[in-house]
Design a protein around this ligand. Structure first.
Ligand code: AR6
Length: 179
């Protein structure tokens, strides 16, 4: 599914983020940037050991929740990996919505700072961190839409949803947004 916002494209696909041919892919990391399971494990496996080595050297203190830091893509097709730290879902009363939005916003800013024309996101926080997929879709898509309409870059923002349920949730929100 593809929607045009001004001169930029916002796209939804179902698949594996490690296989995307884009300038930057986003990792759903933890605040220690220590690696883990889920999309984090898949990205580190596909990028090779240089990703962890560079991340440790460049960001020894990790990254606060709601923010993101850049590393190079190693063996990936993407030039960069942006480690984004989403919130753990605690019922929605601990600032989760703003923290998730700011993690997405920071990645889009990093894309501009690193002259990336295209960026791919997973559904940050919706796996082991337990964030409800419908709410995550609303927050992440509204941040992307707002950023593209105001900053007019990057040219392509792609959300890569791992399963049909997540894709459906994102598609429903994006359809409503594009009306
Ligand atoms: N491509 C795209 N999406 C994926 C892939 C993939 N290859 N693999 C999983 N997903 P999660 P979180 C989806 O748990 O909730 C890690 O251990 C998955 O279906 O990876 O932010 C970190 O180190 C889900 O929709 O990340 C942290 O400790 C989404 O990616 C913690 O988990 C996010 O699920 C972060 O938890």
């Amino acid at each position: 599914m593809l929607v045009q916002f001004g001169t930029c494209r916002l796209e939804l696909v179902q698949g594996d983020i490690t296989r995307q041919e884009v300038d930057a892919i986003v990792n759903a990391a933890n605040s220690r940037l220590a690696g883990g399971g889920g999309v984090d494990g898949a990205i580190h496996r596909a990028a090779g050991p240089t990703l962890m080595a560079e991340t440790r050297t460049q960001h020894p203190d990790g990254c606060p929740t709601g923010s993101a830091v850049a590393a190079s893509g190693g063996l990936l097709r993407a030039k960069f990996v942006f480690h984004a730290v989403g919130p753990i879902w605690r019922g929605g009363v601990s600032g989760e919505v703003e923290l998730l939005k700011s993690a997405y916003r920071r990645c889009l800013e990093l894309a501009v700072e690193h002259s990336c024309h295209s960026i791919a996101f997973p559904a940050i926080s919706t796996g082991v961190y337990g964030y409800p997929i419908d709410l995550a879709a609303e927050s992440s898509l509204s941040v992307a839409r707002e950023f593209l309409l105001t900053k007019k870059q990057p040219n392509l923002v792609r959300f890569v949803l791992f399963d049909g349920g997540a894709f459906g949730a994102y598609a429903r929100v994006l359809e409503a947004m594009a009306d």
